[in-house]
Write a protein that binds this ligand. Sequence first.
Ligand code: AKG
Length: 322
Amino acid sequence: MGLTFAEVEQFKVQGYLIKEGVYNNMDLQPLCDGLTKAIQDKCDQLIAEGQLDRDFADTSFETRLTQLYRHNPDAGQQVLAPIWSGRFHGEGMLQALRHPSLIDCVADLIGPDIVATSIYRVRPKVPGYLGGEVPWHQDAGYSMRHCYDYVMITCWIPLVDATVENGCLWVIPQSHQSGIIQHYTGGHAGFLEIAPEDLPVGAMPLEMSVGSVLFMTSMTPHASFENKTDVVRWSIDLRYQDFEVPNNIDEIPQDYTPDRDPVTMACHPGEAYFVIQDTEHPERELKDPAGFAALRQQWDRERVHGGGRGWTPLSEREIKSS
Ligand SMILES: O=C(O)CCC(=O)C(=O)O
């Protein structure tokens, strides 16, 4: 597949691009099946523990968690947590990350040698779940400071049609070239947040259908708001970079000692990076789901020291007078 010259230009100028039809109808089914299995396993556990009395297995992928969350918010929260936290590495995830049409597009943005990061997220944005609303930020705000000038690509992929009503993504076009904006810790639902007075103008919603992909730079401000429907706005966001961007491939978590100089660290020190495509050494590419799960678990088990990002708490922000 890949991107046209005009699409690459649009990405560079606007800081984002929507490409339709990257995934076909069946491509994302293994991932949806893997997520359904993770939901079922957690429901079975909660039912066995007497914390839940029904699993809503007879409802659709699009509505199951809405019903479960409304029926029993505590149990719903427990079902959401392991999927949401970015720790999901079950069936279908590696396949989604390695999807050939997606990788062709990414290669047109950063070149053919591609590293993926574990900063991918699965977001079952359930109506009423506050953590589903993500305040304005640039993804670079979550990186180590020495990484701001590197190119990292976020691919935002809806698993159901994303609309303004169900909380689609919003971006601010053409604002990615002005560098990093001040972020604050302790924003909405604990996320990093850009203060309203620092936000560039021109925010726009991006409604998207299943199969399409939104490509963004790590400097593109984006956010998402309340889901006002009965449907779970399922999406995944995946991140890719080239070999030059600091990563932790060929390292182990124990290499991250407290005295290590931060500028020698991966952009996200605690998250496993892995090779998606290596034109010279294809044997380095991670293709085996069991190896992928083992790598994720190896890094997830450790609390890797990564220094702070240096952002101020929102409660201490000084509002500038005009
Ligand atoms: O999916 C969302 O609602 C937010 C996504 C996001 O903030 C991201 O991909 O960085």
